[in-house]
Design a protein around this ligand. Structure first.
Ligand code: C5J
Length: 234
């Protein structure tokens, strides 16, 4: 079954069995009030607005039998996989590895590093721990996708211009085609979110495609390939 999803810059064609839903870094430290993100002065509501639509997409992906992959940004407790340049960046008084509101910040096993309850991974769904911004760097994501026969990715999560963008660029260079869901990705900076999405679909889809979750779900639920159409980014 091929599903044709209206998108910018033009319709995205996907076969559910060759498509994975990738959920980037929906972690407590980034999303929950009082966590690392909000401690830095960010408005986490700009990220939490993604949770409800993403729950619906996740439920549909699971019902469709699509491969679902979760990622978490973070480090080993001894920080051996955290480049000194990353640890010192920003001269933060409380940064990666330090005791934070939800345990040591972005350290594996700590409460804040965990995925929010609303999007908890189901048994058998891969959860990739990544030390960098991109989900391909220093992980086995490419191998998992290759072995599962995946060519297309539906990319969601946070933040739009950082880990989502880096992952889409990495995927694009490796020959994967990415559909980014505008309502299922979020940034602390609305202007970066808007421009980040435009950059993906610009120049004929230089990094990929952009649509929203209702548009994707409508086509997945219809289970057919209607006449291809295009949407514009608002
Ligand atoms: C992510 C970040 N996940 N903004 N991390 O985007 O540092």
């Amino acid at each position: 079954m091929t599903v044709s999803v209206p998108a910018a810059p033009y319709a995205f064609e996907l076969e559910p069995e060759a498509t994975a839903l990738v959920i980037i870094d929906m972690q407590r430290d980034f999303l929950e009030p009082g966590g690392f993100g909000s401690m830095l002065g960010n408005d986490v509501s700009l990220l939490t607005r993604t949770i409800a639509p993403l729950q619906t997409v996740l439920a549909t992906a699971r019902a469709t039998g699509m491969l679902v992959i979760h990622t978490r940004e973070g480090h080993r407790p001894d920080l051996a996989d955290a480049p000194p340049a990353k640890l010192s960046r920003g001269h933060l008084s409380c940064g990666i590895g330090d005791p934070g509101p939800f345990g040591r910040i972005l350290v594996r096993g700590e409460h804040g590093h965990g995925i929010i309850d609303e999007l908890a991974p189901a048994d058998g769904e891969p959860v990739l721990d990544k030390p960098g911004k991109g989900a391909f760097y220093a992980t086995d994501l490419e191998l998992l996708l290759h072995n599962a026969g995946i060519q297309k990715l539906i990319v969601t999560g946070v933040t739009t211009e950082v880990c989502v963008h880096t992952t889409v660029r990495e995927a694009n260079d490796r020959g994967f085609e990415c559909l980014v869901l505008s309502d299922c990705v979020g940034s602390y900076f609305p202007e970066f979110h808007e421009v980040g999405l435009k950059m993906i679909a610009a120049q004929g889809g230089i990094f990929g495609w952009v649509t929203d979750s209702p548009t994707l779900l409508e086509q997945l639920e219809a289970g057919a390939a209607p006449v291809a159409s295009t949407t514009t980014l608002s």
